[in-house]
Design a protein around this ligand. Structure first.
Ligand code: BGC
Length: 639
């Protein structure tokens, strides 16, 4: 034990008390032994520190902080340096506000786009999620705050979230729902891991010997602390026995008393309690209590959020190169989301954003020759013909309509899954009316996860802004006029219709169990294997320029190739490596992502890109031998 001396001075009551929080956001101090309390705060999209009354649902006020792009949007950057920069932004806010543990990143695999927290998670692909989460963790921890990777594991639905049992075969668990955590934990080395509310194969994640003992601490060598999700402790005794170090938030003195009793009656060995205390003390004793970092600069925080938002824009459609528009274009700006930016999701990740950019005040700078603005529709799905007609009249007078659509806040929130994947009907109805009168139409779409896009046949260009954080409005305008070139790619499959996704048959689990019957066939792993054409594929994203790939070479270490910008402007390309195993004996999806690299290329520039192989490239989980193995033979590398 690292802190054996100190632990030996603590009474059993003190030790048990340390393993259960003091209130919503703090651990207990033990002044007699100079053990301080530490502060934990959300969350992934920015800091959510509550100075007043605390709650874990984002209901009470929190202090001002930088709102960065949500994880789902960050993932569209396909760039771990971008998530690292955002980890640093949130980490700086955390240190500046005296927070010791940042309850982020959330990195669950997106099993279904309908999960209410889809916007809080990176991707349907565990490799991409793991790499981006590792970047975020590195960025945050370099500032001096501990990151907390959550929610471990297989937490994919909000319905019945406190007790739903995620049931799946071991291979699906390992390949789809743990590989993301494995990468984030091994490469990011977060101080903390938060267990999920749900059960996994019959056992609460927080009490799972398999997840905590065998895999997290055993196979992956995690030596940090494990904290429950808020209110997610079912039994402090079982949790502590299997690896949990901190029950949050405080359940009064009840939990410590139960633990004391369990030690006294021999239900749990005091040595286990000592070990958990020792692991937690590492962070409690090292925690810094900063009252303000001298280098903290609020304006720079906002600029960093804007730079990231720019990297996350995905150009889904651009017929006849409609975009970029000229700055003197006579556009009609339409849509409620232009008036009030939609930039984050709701729940415990909701940030009291320091400085929100909205579109309308920026229009003089970007579209001085516009014909006007019309709201077009109500934010909630309420029909309003007057608003629609006003927009149609305005659109008639313009050369091009720029229409801001999106999901209303209540569609994307912790605690509530979406019931369908469509945009509100009032927006779809408006699109039809506009098409009848508009010469050209660009749609800017704000939402944190996939939506059905049948309506997109009515627009010429479609720019996906995701939930891009407090500065996204300016990033979008810069992209619309070509000051920047969109270079993001989708991190999630956008099915034409939700019913096309195998998971639609089993999601959400409405009874005690949620059965992952689709197995490995999540997102592109399914569409590529079953030859199903999605509306927009995983990895898709256009650019204002074009790229050529040449001179592909592979050796034992990886694959290298030249990428050339063959178009008229600078731009970013995201090179992606997938593997395919022809004649596989072990069944596997037709394509699996195994590496990626984002490169910036000036007009005419060529760069040589190398994507190395790693321990994840060829492996699959063999349920017979209970370990990852590589099937011998031939593989195809798809660039
Ligand atoms: C969420 C966590 C969050 C915690 C504290 C829970 O409801 O699931 O992600 O960190 O509350 O707010």
């Amino acid at each position: 034990m690292k802190h054996g001396d100190l632990v030996s001075k603590m009474t059993l009551e003190e030790k048990c008390a340390l393993l259960a929080g003091k209130d919503v956001w703090h651990t207990r101090e033990i002044p007699r032994l100079n053990i301080p309390a530490i502060t934990l705060s959300d969350g992934p999209s920015g800091l959510r520190k509550q100075a007043g009354e605390g709650d874990h649902l984002g209901l009470n006020a929190s202090t001002k902080a930088t709102c960065i792009p949500s994880a789902a949007t960050l993932a569209c950057s396909w760039d771990a340096t971008v998530s690292e920069a955002m980890g640093a932004v949130v980490g700086r806010d955390a240190v500046n506000q005296g927070v010791d543990v940042l309850l982020a990143p959330g990195l669950n695999t997106k099993r279904s786009s309908l999960c209410g927290r889809s916007f809080e998670y990176y991707s349907e692909d565990p490799y991409l999620s793991g790499k981006l989460a590792a970047g975020f963790i590195r960025g945050a921890q370099k500032q001096g705050v501990s990151a907390c990777a959550k929610h471990y594991a297989a937490n994919a639905q909000e319905l019945l979230r406190m007790h739903s049992d995620s049931v799946m075969d071991e291979r699906t668990l390992r390949e789809m729902y743990l590989t993301n955590f494995e990468i984030a934990i091994k490469e990011g080395k977060p101080g903390f891991v938060m267990t999920a509310y749900n059960r996994v194969n019959g056992v609460y994640a927080n009490e799972s010997r398999h997840l905590l003992g065998d895999i997290l601490r055993g196979e992956w060598g995690f030596d940090g602390a494990v904290v429950t999700d808020w209110g997610g402790s079912n039994s402090i005794v079982e949790g502590v026995r299997e690896g949990m170090n901190l029950e949050m938030p405080a359940a009064g003195d009840d939990s410590p008393c139960q633990l004391v009793k369990a030690v006294k009656d021999g239900t749990i060995d005091e040595k286990i309690v000592d070990e958990r205390v020792d692991q937690l003390l590492d962070f409690v004793l090292a925690a810094r209590k900063s009252s303000g970092e001298s280098s903290f600069d609020a304006a720079k925080q906002h600029q960093a959020a804007e730079a990231a938002a720019e990297k996350c824009l995905v150009l889904l459609k651009n017929d006849e190169h409609l975009l970029p528009l000229k700055k003197d274009a006579r556009v009609a700006v339409i849509g409620e989301f232009a008036a009030r930016s939609r930039y984050q999701g709701a729940g415990s990740s909701m940030v009291n954003a320091a400085q929100v950019d909205d579109t309308l005040p920026l229009l003089d700078e970007f579209f001085p020759a516009r014909v006007g603005f019309a709201q077009g529709f109500e934010r909630l799905d309420i029909a309003n013909d007057a608003l629609a007609d006003e927009a149609v009249q305005l659109a008639k007078t313009a050369d091009c309509a720029v229409v801001y659509l999106g999901l209303p806040e209540c569609f994307e929130t912790e605690g509530l899954d979406r019931t369908h994947m469509r945009l509100p009907e009032n927006q779809i109805a408006l699109m039809k009316k506009l098409r009848a009168v508009c010469k050209k139409m660009v749609v800017v779409l704000s939402c944190g996860s996939a939506v059905e896009t049948d309506w997109a046949q009515d627009c010429d260009a479609l720019l996906y802004a995701g939930l891009g954080g407090e500065a996204v409005a300016r990033s979008v305008l810069r992209a619309l006029v070509g000051e920047i070139t969109p270079g993001g790619k989708l991190a999630e499959t956008w099915y034409r219709h939700y019913a096309d996704a195998p998971v639609s048959h089993y999601y959400p689990g409405t009874e005690a169990t949620s059965e992952y019957r689709e197995g490995l066939y999540v997102g592109y792993r399914y569409t590529e294997s079953a030859d199903v054409t999605p509306a927009f594929a995983f990895g898709h994203g256009l650019s204002y320029t074009t790229f050529r790939y040449d001179n592909v070479q592979a050796d034992n270490a990886g694959v290298s190739f030249d990428v050339t910008n063959t178009g008229d402007c600078a731009g970013d390309e995201v090179a992606q490596l997938y593997i395919h195993k022809p004649n596989a004996e072990v069944f596997r999806p037709a394509k699996e992502l195994k590496g990626f690299q984002r490169v910036h290329l000036e007009k005419g520039e060529t760069k040589r890109v190398t994507i190395p192989f790693d321990g994840y490239t060829f492996r699959y989980f063999n349920v017979r031998t209970n370990r990852f193995e590589v099937e011998g033979g031939e593989y195809e590398l798809l660039i």
